[in-house]
Design a protein around this ligand. Structure first.
Ligand SMILES: Cc1cc2nc3c(=O)[nH]c(=O)nc-3n(C[C@H](O)[C@H](O)[C@H](O)COP(=O)(O)O)c2cc1C
Length: 345
């Protein structure tokens, strides 16, 4: 079965869910253009989620994808937090901030029955998971709505795990990808592969349709992924400059500059490896800092510096998530981009 038939979409183009840089406006544009628009839900409050779901329901009759995280929240780690604050103290001093008064950072909650209680009424056509899958009863509950389930794999082992769990399609996330790595069976980053190595190996080992993610930015890269056996693609970075994205002015400027040629995996912004453009914080604190509390706890202490620096017009402490190929990023509409990605199919 083709991905288009499976997901009831016209084009095998999925707009990657991108927490922090989009809301339902991007989702709606892509879905209405014939691709699969995605809404990142991990950072939405209950009220915001309900509001976004209502907007989706009223503004598109086409399938869309709701994306959730599946991490296990760690218990409070006061010693790790204290050590992290010590590392950040000089920057707090520089910005005149009180390190004793750190507000709770941006929330990143894993998918739960509580969230499912809200989502259930909307019966989303597609649900995608990053960082693994929810427990069996919760996954069964999502499937009982008739929702198709897709999830990220960063290794062949993860793809086999996902297939055995009974999902509908696998997103092969190559090392080029912007944003957080979706690994969930091993934290060993040396096991992470580029998309041209990962995709054919997963395609060979699983029967499910495989969606290629990472470095897919134009019609040629879509064609290349399909030649390697992909049933479709999931593109994120390419959508960052679209007017429907909420990418900040500072982030947009970095994406358009030579700085976008240099991205790394860093854990300093959240506690988990994610790919972004190298900036001052990454150069001085990372890219990987062993003191950073585990995901998502590292974000609370670094967030106030981001706010303070951005007020001064600086991206020194902003997570500038970006894949390894931002060269094709253009400020064209998401509908136009979606159609252009599919021109060689
Ligand atoms: C700014 C940004 C935010 C992201 N946030 C999420 C997210 O919330 N959920 C998710 O599953 N993937 C997220 N990703 C990863 C994408 O799903 C996808 O793997 C990646 O964008 C593909 O690589 P590309 O950026 O080179 O196209 C994000 C990527 C970016 C660039």
């Amino acid at each position: 079965m083709t991905l288009q038939t499976l997901l009831d979409i016209e084009l095998p183009i999925i707009q990657a869910p991108m927490a922090g840089v989009q809301d339902s406006a991007l989702t709606i544009s892509v879905s209405n253009a014939g691709g699969l628009g995605s809404l990142p839900c991990a950072m939405l409050s209950k009220d915001a989620l309900e509001k976004e779901l209502t907007t989706l329901q009223t503004q598109t009759s086409k399938p869309y994808n709701l994306n959730f995280f599946c991490h296990t929240p760690p218990p409070p780690q006061p010693e790790q937090e204290a050590a992290w604050r010590k590392v950040l103290a000089p920057y707090y001093k520089e910005y005149g901030l009180d390190i004793q008064a750190i507000p709770a950072g941006p929330q990143r909650r894993p998918f739960s029955h509580e969230t499912a209680d809200i989502v259930e009424a909307f019966k989303p056509p597609v649900v995608s998971f990053h960082f693994g899958l929810p427990g069996k009863p919760l996954l069964a509950r999502v499937k009982s709505w008739g929702s198709k389930v897709i999830a990220s794999a960063t290794t062949v082992e993860e793809a086999l795990f996902l297939e055995a769990a009974g999902i509908d399609a696998i997103i092969a996330q190559g090392l080029e990808a912007g944003g957080h790595r979706g690994h969930f069976l091993s934290d060993d980053l040396s096991k992470q592969l580029g998309i041209f190595a990962l995709l054919p190996q997963i395609v060979k080992m699983v029967k499910l349709p495989v969606i290629a993610a990472g470095g897919i930015v134009d019609a040629q890269s879509v064609q290349a992924a399909m030649a390697l056996g992909a049933a479709g693609v999931q593109a994120g970075t390419a959508y960052l400059l679209c007017p429907e994205s909420t990418t900040s002015t500072l982030h947009r400027a970095a994406l358009k500059s030579d700085a976008a040629c240099h991205t790394v995996l860093t854990n300093i912004y959240s506690g988990r490896a994610a790919r972004g453009i190298v900036n001052r914080a990454i150069s001085e604190l990372g890219p990987i800092n062993e003191t950073a509390p585990v995901f998502p706890q590292a974000s609370a202490a670094i967030a106030p510096m981001r706010t303070a620096a951005e007020k001064r017009g600086s991206n020194d402490f902003s997570p500038l998530w970006c894949g390894q190929n931002a060269s094709a990023c253009n400020d064209i509409s998401a509908a136009e981009l979606t159609r252009s990605l599919a021109t060689t199919l």
